[in-house]
Design a protein around this ligand. Structure first.
Ligand SMILES: [Fe+2]
Length: 381
């Protein structure tokens, strides 16, 4: 018997009978087979509302559909996200200060006791279990370039991804610890950081520094966070199946944070926007990063992450104030500017208002707010 599931509950191995919204322009697609990884990705982001699965011919979706029943309340969700970001920001700032002390001791090799990071791991874990979107959303907004701040952001993003992938609390804590420590090898490179060959040594140096101090799964992520699914990573050029689960997730979070720090062109001073960074990762899914993890990451952050500036079909501009994991293409937005970018009384737009083929509220494009000198963060809080 066929089962109807959300496209976001689709997993590799499921037999897809058909999917689609049934309109004239978007008729039902009859697939009648197990889709490939790239087809799953297309279905997930197609805007399709339902996928019909045949559990007799493929993976049973029962586990995947659990938890999808809760109705999405955009205003309550935006408010909950705002509250948790506020808590996470305090934890983020305090944790960065503790991490600076730990890194300083590690650099001097005076003390390899890294138990000082345990309270940070606990706080990151508690935050992502309360609201998985808050930590990564905060990480999109807080852009300090130093190693400790980067490590903190990777910890939040990796742990949140662990929650979304339904991993255990123990594994989520390992993800947070690996995020905090993944780049400590850079402390031993010091002034040689501008030398790319020296920099590629940092996973091995980090591994050696922490060898006797941390759990082997976390240690493995320190060594493997620059390995890539297609074997083009370093230091060992491992293929996907040889890269550890924690290493893959930390590697993805690290790559995303690095894209936010570095621009599309070498000479650009500004990094990618959260939207363009996510698009880059999405294009690399399968080759650079595993499809399932990238899809979970897109679901977590939304196709238009928190704080994104978007132009609507009616010409007005809006800021994304919440993302719905059920509808990554339709965020909750606050319309803030007219078509000439002049401020107007703000108006919240819920995801369902973007439905319909000709809705003037649909998103036309995502823009970089920085050249326009717009601080989108003030529209979120
Ligand atoms: Fe690294």
């Amino acid at each position: 018997m066929l089962k109807k599931i959300s496209p976001l509950a689709l997993r590799p191995g499921m037999y897809v009978h058909e999917y689609g919204v049934g309109s004239f322009n978007d008729p039902t697609v009859h697939l009648h087979r197990v889709p490939t990884a790239s087809e799953i990705r297309e279905i997930m982001l197609s805007g399709t509302k339902a996928v019909f699965i045949d559990p007799a011919l493929g993976l049973d979706p029962r586990v995947a559909i659990q938890g999808l029943a809760a109705p999405y309340d955009p205003l309550a969700s935006a408010e909950a996200l705002r509250r948790e970001i506020h808590v996470a920001r305090q934890s983020y700032d305090a944790s960065v200060r503790i991490l600076k002390d730990v890194m300083s001791l590690l650099q001097q090799a005076r003390n390899l006791d890294i138990s000082a990071i345990e309270p940070i791991v606990d706080e990151v874990s508690a935050s992502v279990f309360r609201n998985a979107k808050a930590g990564p959303s905060l990480a999109c907004l807080a852009r300090a370039p130093d190693l400790e701040a980067h490590s903190m952001r990777v910890a939040f993003m990796a742990a949140a991804l662990g929650v979304r992938l339904e991993l255990s609390e123990e594994t989520v804590k390992k993800l947070a610890a690996a995020g905090l420590l993944h780049d400590v090898g850079k402390l031993r490179i010091g002034a040689l950081r501008k030398n790319p060959r020296q920099m590629r040594m940092h996973p091995v140096l980090g591994y050696k520094m922490l060898e006797a101090s941390i759990h082997r799964d976390v240690l493995r992520a320190v060594l493997e966070h620059h390995e890539r699914a297609d074997g083009t990573g370093y230091p060992r050029g491992l293929s996907l199946e040889k890269i550890g689960d924690i290493s893959r997730i930390v590697g993805l979070a690290n790559a995303y944070d690095r894209l936010l720090a570095s621009g599309p062109a070498k000479e650009s001073k500004e990094g990618h926007t959260p939207h363009t960074a996510l698009s880059r990762l999405y294009l690399q899914s399968g080759a650079g990063f595993p499809v399932v993890e990238v899809a979970a990451f897109v679901r977590l952050l939304g196709v238009y992450p928190l704080g994104s500036l978007v132009r609507l079909h009616d010409g007005r501009y809006a800021v994304v104030v919440d993302v719905s994991e059920e509808a990554p293409l339709r965020p909750t937005m606050r319309i803030a500017f007219d078509a000439r970018l002049k401020p107007i009384p703000s108006q919240i737009i819920a995801p369902f208002e973007l439905e319909g083929e000709n809705s003037p509220l649909q998103i036309k494009e995502c823009l970089d707010p920085r050249p326009l000198r717009l601080d989108t963060e003030r529209f979120i809080f």
